[in-house]
Design a protein. Structure first.
Length: 303
């Protein structure tokens, strides 16, 4: 049901409430308060406490026997987190799917609502088709981002872009030197500028993005909202062995705890990586096997 139809239906229903007897109105109001309280999983004792209305008075209201003042009713509405208009509004018939969504949102902690809104806007906004034209592979080194990304770009006939390489082009310096000169915060600022430039220039592309991008919320949110993101992951031992097989021994240099450090990084970043649209575990798989799963999962998610 659309918003206009819902509003018209509520207005009509509210008008009918003015035509019923006082007794019937109190019965309706009591039932409405009880329904909203149960919907939120709140006991009568909790609502009474939060509204500073006695539990006995609240029980009388819910039974249709309480001729409550508008001031106390406003307190009860606040405790139930609804407006007075919503308190008096008869329920409008909704689909089962909408009712499930409403119940889910009612029980969701307030601090998670921002994430829900972001995901809904990202996945169902008119710009979703545009977002899916750019695929970004995220995760730690050694997972297979560059190998799989280049193969995917070749098959899709779009550019393959490694963000680290673009950062080097923009600054004219190796990444290690950028970190030495500007520190972590300076590097992340450069990373954001380069990412913005690349996505502005490329309507269709496959990107390989450094695993640390998730540590900067603003940059990661920008990536999530402008690209279809895939977390490419593997077991810590495979991450390390693949990097070493490539001849890169920097991770082990002077660090006997390198593997333990890698595990801690993965554990800390995992909740952030899980915000990606899709996950691909390359553990124990050949490149061809991983690439086949990547294509199959992409096709399934995009149907």
């Amino acid at each position: 049901m659309n918003t206009s139809a819902t509003t018209n239906s509520q207005t009509s229903s509210l008008h009918r409430l003015t035509q019923i007897t006082d007794g019937d109105f109190l019965l309706f109001l009591g039932k409405r308060v009880r329904h909203l309280r149960n919907l939120r999983g709140m006991t009568r004792k909790v609502v009474a406490r939060d509204s500073a209305v006695s539990e006995r008075h609240l029980a009388q209201l819910e039974s249709g026997e309480g001729n409550i003042s508008i001031v106390l009713l406003r307190r009860i509405a606040a405790a139930l987190n609804v407006s007075l208009v919503e308190l008096f509004a008869p329920e409008v018939e909704e689909s089962a799917e909408k009712q499930v969504i409403h119940r889910f949102l009612e029980r969701l902690p307030h601090h998670r609502l921002e994430d829900v809104v972001f995901r809904l806007m990202r996945d169902f906004s008119p710009g979703e088709k545009v977002r899916r034209k750019r695929i970004a592979l995220i995760g730690l080194r050694g997972a297979g981002k560059s190998t799989l990304g280049s193969k995917l770009a070749l098959e899709m006939r779009v550019p393959f872009i490694e963000l680290d390489g673009e950062i080097k082009k923009d600054t004219g310096m190796p990444l290690g030197e950028i970190f030495s000169l500007y520190g972590q915060s300076g590097y992340r600022a450069i990373e954001r500028r380069t990412l913005t430039r690349v996505l502005t220039e490329q309507e269709c592309a496959v990107l390989s993005v450094g695993g640390g991008v998730v540590s900067e919320k603003e940059t990661f949110d920008y990536l999530l909202s402008h690209c279809y993101t895939i977390w490419v992951k593997a077991q810590p031992e495979e991450h390390m062995s693949r990097v070493l097989a490539q001849g890169d021994f920097r991770a082990m240099a002077g660090n006997d705890q390198a593997m333990e450090d890698l595990r801690r990084i993965l554990e800390a970043r995992e909740p952030l990586y899980r915000q990606a649209d899709m996950e691909l575990d390359t553990s124990g798989s050949t490149v061809d096997q991983s690439f086949s799963r990547l294509k199959t999962t992409l096709q399934a998610n995009w149907q």
